[in-house]
Design a protein around this ligand. Sequence first.
Ligand code: KDO
Length: 333
Amino acid sequence: MTIQFGRRAIIGAATVALLAGLAVTGPAAAQDKITLRMSTPASETDFRSQGLATIFADGVSEFATYEPHYNDSLFKQGTELVAIARDNLEMSITSAQELAKLIPEWSIFTAGYLMRDAAHQRAVFEGDIGKEMYQLVEDKLGVKLLSVMYFGTRQLNLRGDKKINTPEDMAGVKLRMPGTDAWQFLGRALGANPTPMAFTEVYTGLQTGTIDGQDNPLPTDKDRKFYEVTDQIVLTGHLVDMNFLAFSKSAWDGLTPEQQQTVQESAQRASLAISETILDNEAKIVEFFRSEGLDVYTPDVDAFRSKAQAMYLESDFSKDWPEGLLERINAAK
Ligand code: KDO
């Protein structure tokens, strides 16, 4: 099912809020609303941005104004969590890789070929594992994770026509990966020569040839028009990627229990709709890239999987993984 992220719901809610503001009756008065600033490197047309700007914003509109900032315009990619922890920001769409920078136990979720698919991801985070790992973030960082959303499965997207079948074929390929250790390691686990670069610079990097390729889920490749400046998509499916809606603990503590529940439910509803929309979109999108002239093909995924899994198990990251968690993740259904 695809949820259409229309703007009508927002306009309706805004009108109601305005009327409530005119009546100046208690917490619903416009001037009493809290502002929830959300910072992301994603564009305004990204499915996550759209889902939050409609479903989440509408859900909390009685007592909060959702204020999104796109394309890194408020905080730079990777600095948002610390900004939230320091009370300089209320919300972000964070990742396991950003969390792992601050909480090493989280690096388990950055491992290539760990999650099987979106349903496995949901089973992991909506059960006990999610509860424990979210609590760890709250205890260590003072940031609340409200919900998980499927961001799509990451695939390789490259310039040139050299066919890639195994990780060995990636030797010397200058692959842009986001700028944290966990991402750079994933690039090496794919056999590439990874290089860090901010998301907002990737299009130009590909266009000028500073980099030979990048990896992202296909809906993101389409949204950022990476197909205009690349020649092929290699369906490695190396990371079933996910994001989490991060929320300021002090903003949360300032809400009434009813408002907290509304925030939680709105985050959940938006994240579910976003996940379904992305899944739906991924299933149909390959034809689009082919029609744009890209070569889209499946390599020897087993070869990529075995190399990556072996490298992760031998890595320093795995020393920080909580005892038994890998087995619990694998068993989650
Ligand atoms: C990216 O920089 O490639 C990435 O896809 C990494 C994700 O974790 C996430 O931060 C995403 O960018 C941004 O939200 C932009 O879409």
